[in-house]
Design a protein around this ligand. Structure first.
Ligand code: NAP
Length: 269
């Protein structure tokens, strides 16, 4: 009899698929895997559902099907990068060109928000009864450092632009913080998994690590994170990601050093 149930969203690809692989091999573990596309993994302890984060009725159907089933751990990995779709072809290999001030459009903004933020809210709310059946329920959310307001500061070489992704991840972070306050019986943690080679963008990004490497470190941390970590925003090494708005008394270029994994450091304001 499985002693633990892990629900993984975005389980068809990338980090979600790597989480699925990692958890399905653990003893006494039952997996509920969801994605908008069919999930290739076929294993006795993996139950699969097609769920579109932008379709409330598909989320409600999932919750109805799972009624009275305990969820001990929910790993939320469904999400999109929010690049303007036609520019991904026109500017293949150039992420920055696909999300500039000039390029961003309403459809990309609203679709990214619907998936990364609004859909996440609907999924979490729908599954609260299942989480509340667990002894020590945990929800681990794949956010992004780009959703940190501190990260988006003059002097950080990667700041600015990325309107859809940054705004949707900042909204996601705000939604999760409200769950932290309203549902304290569940532990909620926001994560930045690192720059990982997945289907999130249509080409390989420089410096990207493999999904298995990112997930290996995260799985170890997820086991260790407890009630005191609820509401935290951490990178894959367990370092806190600063998230406050800084005043911009700027002498910009010299004031920060940034690396994807180390984040924003030496900020002098
Ligand atoms: N990769 C990175 O470097 C990185 C860095 C920071 C944060 N993250 C975050 O980590 C999470 C996982 O990303 P990933 O890199 O593993 O990307 P990925 O390979 O594209 O996986 C994301 C999964 O979510 C699914 N999804 C998208 N829209 C959905 C919807 N409306 N309903 C249900 N499922 C949907 C995707 O399906 P489709 O393939 O059909 O779109 C895909 O299977 C995302 O939230 C991302 O923002 C990733």
């Amino acid at each position: 009899m499985p002693t633990r149930t892990v629900l993984i969203s975005g389980a068809a690809n990338g980090l979600g698929a790597a989480f699925l692989e990692a958890y399905r091999k653990q003893p006494d573990t039952h997996i509920i895997a969801i994605d908008r596309a069919p999930i290739p993994s076929d294993h006795e302890n993996v139950q699969k559902f097609t769920v579109d984060m932008t379709d409330e009725s598909s989320i409600t159907r999932l919750a109805t099907t799972l009624a009275s089933q305990t969820i001990d751990l929910l790993i939320h990995s469904a999400g999109i990068r929010g690049l303007v779709p036609h520019l991904e072809t026109a500017h293949h290999g150039d992420v920055a060109a696909c999300e500039t001030l000039q390029a961003m459009d309403l459809a990309t903004l609203t679709n990214t928000f619907a998936i990364n933020a609004a859909g996440t809210f609907l999924l979490f709310r729908a599954l609260l009864p299942n989480l509340r059946l667990a002894k020590e329920p945990k929800v681990i959310v794949m956010s992004s450092r780009m959703g940190s307001l501190s990260n988006n500061s003059p002097g950080n070489r990667d700041a600015g632009s990325a309107y859809a992704y940054r705004a949707s991840k900042a909204a996601l972070n705000a939604l999760v913080r409200s769950f932290v306050v309203d549902v304290p019986e569940v532990m909620w943690v926001l994560c930045h998994p690192g720059r990982v080679e997945t289907g999130l963008v249509k080409w390989r990004e420089e410096g990207a690590i493999g999904a298995e490497e990112s997930v290996k470190g995260l799985v170890e941390r997820i086991e260790r994170w407890g009630g005191r970590d609820s509401g935290g925003f951490y990178d894959r090494f367990g370092e806190v990601i600063p998230c406050q708005i800084m005043p911009h008394r700027v002498r910009a270029p010299a004031m920060t050093a940034y690396t994807e994994d180390a984040g924003l450091t030496n900020l002098t304001v």
